[in-house]
Design a protein around this ligand. Structure first.
Ligand code: KG4
Ligand code: ZN
Length: 364
């Protein structure tokens, strides 16, 4: 491996293609551990998938092929860097849609090979988990609530590659629940921002269930809430504007209650596991972290339990390549690099030792 750049700086090119964003970024990590974004490009494929109400894997993979080279070029231009300045190339290698992952990983390996620099295979979830180190200079350990379209997990982040999963969803991910709720209310995709906008105009007057409240393990279950929402919507069909805003507000409130309750349980477990002296920080990451109602609820939870709440800015919470490059820089600083035979992993749990959660379509 080539020695780190001047003054112990590490400059890493990151590539993200695990879902429907084609992204490339350059990040620099100083010897003192501080990070800096030098260039970042995110090309959303939203309009390509909008007509289908969700991401179509084949369309996503093809679009990544078409857009990735230009995204990398643009990120390099933004950073005003020559390829020779790159110390390593990192790419999301899972979990995610296999077609897209192949595009990103193959491109990253080719660049690494041509530059004679290390390739680093990044777990997309680890990248979300480590982002707060870049944005807030946060040290380990901390509790992470990861809420996106594909994942809903509560994890203790102990260090690079060291995670203890406390809770996960037994069925739908939180973002997925927002997307399905929006669809059945006739709103657009992605559903989270649509529900949030409608909810702001309505009142949470419709009784909806809060599944899993009070359970000792901080798992989630959201399918029942979605079914209850469907029943309430069907009972009111055809839906007036007023129905849509009130159903949205009621759904969002139910979600906030569920997330608060599950997070409180996880905070308790965090203190039990790490002791009362451990740093008390709660980090929220993933696209759903953009939701203001949720943020307010989590701020109240954090305040009540003496935790600091850290929510990276929305563009670094939703999928991006800065987080991939940063995770790459963290790994590189510890000598954790991969060889060119590193595989793609459609499933890649952060905590392989986590006990299986019993449920229908459990997501690791
Ligand atoms: O992390 P992300 O950009 O992509 C992955 O799934 O990895 O998350 C996208 C998800 C979508 O399900 C979207 O509906 C949800 O995040 N989301 C929101 C909000 N903004 C995005 N959910 C609730 N409220 C929002 N404001
Ligand atoms: Zn993500």
């Amino acid at each position: 491996m080539r020695a780190p750049g001047k003054n112990g700086h590490l400059t890493v090119l990151g590539i993200e293609t695990s879902c429907d964003e084609t992204a490339a970024a350059l990040v620099r990590r100083a010897a003192d551990g501080r990070g800096e974004t030098l260039g970042s490009v995110v090309r959303s494929q939203l309009d390509l998938h909008a007509a289908y109400g969700g991401v179509v894997p084949e369309i996503a993979a093809r679009a990544h092929v078409e857009m990735l080279d230009a995204a990398i070029r643009q990120a390099m231009d933004e950073a005003k860097l020559d390829f020779a300045a790159i110390d390593a190339v990192a790419a999301a290698a899972g979990p995610g849609l296999v077609g897209g992952l192949i595009v990103g990983v193959t491109t990253a390996k080719a660049i690494a090979l041509a530059l004679k620099r290390p390739f680093i295979a990044i777990n997309h979830l680890e990248a979300h988990a480590l982002t707060a180190g870049l944005t807030d200079g946060l040290d380990f350990p901390y509790l992470l609530l990861l809420v996106s379209g594909g994942h809903t997990q509560l994890l203790i982040v102990k260090g690079v590659g060291a995670y203890e999963r406390l809770g996960t969803t037994l069925d739908d991910a939180l973002g997925e629940a927002f997307d399905k709720a929006a669809k059945l209310l006739g709103l657009g995709y992605p559903g989270g921002p649509e529900i949030e906008r409608e909810a702001a105009k309505g009142r949470a007057t419709i009784a909806l269930p809060r599944p899993m409240l009070g359970r000792s393990e901080p798992h989630f279950s959201l399918a029942g809430l979605k079914t209850a929402l469907r029943r309430e919507a069907e009972a009111r069909a055809p839906l007036s504007e007023h129905d849509i805003t009130d159903l949205s507000a009621s759904f969002q409130d139910a979600v906030a209650d569920i997330v608060s309750d599950r997070t409180v349980r996880a905070l308790e477990l965090y203190r039990q596991r790490l002791g009362e002296g451990a740093q008390r920080t709660l980090v929220v990451a993933g696209g759903v972290a953009a939701n203001r109602r949720l943020k307010t609820a989590l701020q109240a939870v954090a305040d009540a339990h003496g935790f600091r709440l850290v929510v990276p800015p929305p563009d670094l919470c939703s999928d991006n390549a800065v987080m991939i490059a940063w995770a790459g820089a963290m790994r590189l600083s510890q000598g954790l690099v991969d060889d060119l035979s590193a595989p793609i992993r459609a499933r890649w749990p952060l905590d392989p030792d986590a006990r299986p959660a019993i449920g229908a379509g459990v997501k690791a």
